[in-house]
Design a binder for this molecule. Sequence first.
Ligand code: FAD
Ligand code: MLT
Ligand code: ZN
Length: 470
Amino acid sequence: MTPMTTAGLLHALRQRLGVDQVLTSDHDLAPYVNDWRGRFHGAALAVLRPAATDEVVQAMRLCGQAGVAVVPQGGNTGMCGGAVPVGARSQVVLSLQRLRQIEQVDPLGNVLTLQAGVTLAQAQEAAAAADRLFPLSLAAQGSAQVGGAIATNAGGTAVLRYGGMRDLVLGLEVVLADGQVLDLMRALRKDNTGYDLRQWFVGSEGTLGIVTRAVLKLFPRPTGVATVWLGLDGATQAVQLLRELQRQLGDTLTAFEFLDRRSLDLVLRHATGVVDPLARPHPWYVLAEVSGGGDGAALRRALEQALLAVLEAGLAQDAVLAESERQRLALWRLREEVSESERRHGASLKHDVAVPVAAMPELVARVSATLPAQVAWATPHCFGHVGDGNVHLNVSLPPGAPAAEQDRVSQIVYDHVLALQGSISAEHGIGQSKCAQLVQQRGERAVGLMRQMKQMLDPQGLLNPGKVLS
Ligand code: FAD
Ligand code: MLT
Ligand code: ZN
């Protein structure tokens, strides 16, 4: 068969998807070929905006015939450049933003069926309207899509109690590289019939298939909530505090986030309408939340009692309890604005790492001591998800920081992480920014097996080339 020309491909795509849904002008392409941090810039032949699974199928078939690679894109909020095309103007971006239908909320089955382009915030709202909770929460939830969160196996601030995306997906529909639809749309809590193909696609960052629909788990919607902001002496106390609060409060402890003073300073400097809620500065801060049934009064009493004990034991130095929903949201903003404030401050090196929870203080101590000693400008700010052992050890870049020094900084962080049996990507994925570290992290044999899976599912290398496996 004669390969299709570029003009022929664009013409056929316009016929199938509609003239307005195949974008080609530089102006139209710009939001899709640059990432939100301004760190990754690409070029594309076109942006495709299908509105249904069938249109995704047609787009994949046509691109396959033309030998043109496809970059699936959700909300483009990813941290590792996974949704940004690489290379010259040779790939197309396939945006899932028009697949945004909530298909069914089933309160009895506790499941939510939807299309992949629904945002996390819309999924949460749909669940809440049926008096249920869809728990995956992160600061970008207004833009990040369910499909993107599945493709990156996103974590966020509720993993401690509800798990990450991998734990929340019951069913999936995936369009494969050859245009076939893999229907895994089950709503089953148990299903041991052979290999779990669904999990192949969770965290595969658009390199194995395009997620078009999903069935997600729902939970009872908490009616009571109490939130506290604590000032601490250090990371060691943060882990001890977590375990002590869990001991006293059990599973009602649904969030336990932390940030250091440098991170809070970034927020106080760059976010609007925020204030430091404590009278004096502390080296570390924790935001803890309990939630559950009832009106919250009993939860609050239990939290107050636990706080007295942890303050008495010296695990925290000071604490402020939210007295209203407005105050609760104000405390959350101090945590959720870190990434955006960091971006406003300038470019940064992001290290989204995880170690076993008990080793987190040791990691922070090692990195904080060795980094600035080896590269003068490299003082990290730390924040993240204590309960998951997931620290964001990010480093703001001074203008003109040499690329070799930047690589050295990341390598120092990663060496400490690996020495503590950790992961160089806890929740953001590999994208195009961490491909070089994958073998060091996972070993030749595991990466070799990943390459075989990729070859089997996408022999032409059409899906998101240059990502995860370079
Ligand atoms: P995109 O950025 O569009 O894509 C990400 C990857 O998934 C790409 O490789 C893309 O090709 C692929 N992809 C997207 N959609 C599909 C699909 N339908 N099928 C197949 N592949 C697809 N992440 C966390 O885990 N925890 C956090 O706490 C967190 N906080 C954040 C805070 C801020 C302020 C921001 C901006 C981001 C944060 N992130 C966090 C990162 C990001 O929001 C998540 O990775 C999110 O899951 C990405 O979703 P998206 O729809 O924007 O995906
Ligand atoms: C967060 O937890 O806020 C993000 O995952 C971290 C980041 O921006 O590096
Ligand atoms: Zn995070």
